[in-house]
Design a protein around this ligand. Structure first.
Ligand SMILES: [Zn+2]
Length: 257
């Protein structure tokens, strides 16, 4: 049983919570921290979902009312994948997680480096006395804060230079705190910001794969991109997609087609 565990901030990544635990616990070694958290010094510091998360949940202090579901839905990017899973895949995901296996999941939504918005970080530091990594800033290919219309920045410490079993805590003193240069032209980037709001919606709402398919089908039908029998007009969709999102934004997202 842990005697201390930091309360996650709203939308803080689980990785960031564990990094704060490591910092505040002042353990002499990372192995000790991993033993404390997972009873296993070999668990790697995944940005997505650590293996043995169920062990951690069972070790949380009794006054902490965090369940496996609560941590995964509110502090990881799992909800982005969830909307595209069929029921069997969802069931397997939760079964793996509760039986301590590394859960199968679509980790392609997760970026590999830690990102932050300088304005959010400043606000967090002023409100809480510390900054933390927000999950909506860790999405692969989406490097904008849609609350402040600014580009996200790479945290100065790369995950490539630390051990796979260490966590990087958000140290506010290490970042460049002048954010004025990165404000975007709202009109120019409005489509990107629309994507950001959709991402936030997906993160905070549980949508089934069926609902999602029906919504897409309905909206494509509204704009004439389905045939009379419901098939998607692939070529026309590709042209409309590029026109709407612009080549630049598609390239920035790291996708090609
Ligand atoms: Zn922000």
């Amino acid at each position: 049983m842990l005697h201390y565990f930091p309360d996650p901030y709203k939308n803080e990544t689980l990785y960031s919570v564990l990094a704060r635990f490591q910092y505040y616990s002042a353990n002499p070694s990372m192995e000790q921290t991993l033993r404390d958290l997972f009873d296993d010094p070999t668990v790697s510091s995944s940005l997505f979902i650590p293996t043995k998360l169920n062990t951690l949940v069972q070790k949380l202090p009794p006054n902490k009312e965090y369940s496996l579901e609560n941590l995964v839905y509110n502090h990881t990017l799992y909800p982005l994948s969830h909307s595209f899973f069929d029921e069997a895949s969802k069931e397997k995901f939760w079964l793996d997680l509760s039986s301590q296996k590394r859960p199968y999941s679509n980790t392609s939504v997760q970026g590999q480096e830690l990102m932050y918005c300088p304005v959010c970080a400043k606000m967090d530091y002023e409100n809480h006395g510390e900054a933390f990594f927000r999950r909506e800033h860790q999405i692969k290919g989406f490097t904008f804060c849609c609350d402040h219309y600014c580009e996200l920045l790479h945290y100065p410490i790369s995950r490539n230079v630390i051990s796979g079993r260490s966590y990087i805590r958000f140290d506010y003193d290490l970042i460049h705190q002048d954010s004025n240069n990165s404000i975007l032209d709202f009109q120019f980037e409005k489509n990107l910001l629309n994507i950001g709001h959709s991402i936030k919606y997906l993160l905070n709402n549980q949508i089934s794969q069926n609902d999602w398919n029906n919504k897409i089908q309905y909206h494509l039908w509204l704009i004439g991109l389905t045939t009379i029998n419901g098939s998607i007009k692939q070529f026309e969709l590709s042209v409309a997609f590029k026109e709407f999102y612009t080549e630049k934004n598609i390239r920035l997202s790291g996708f090609e087609f």
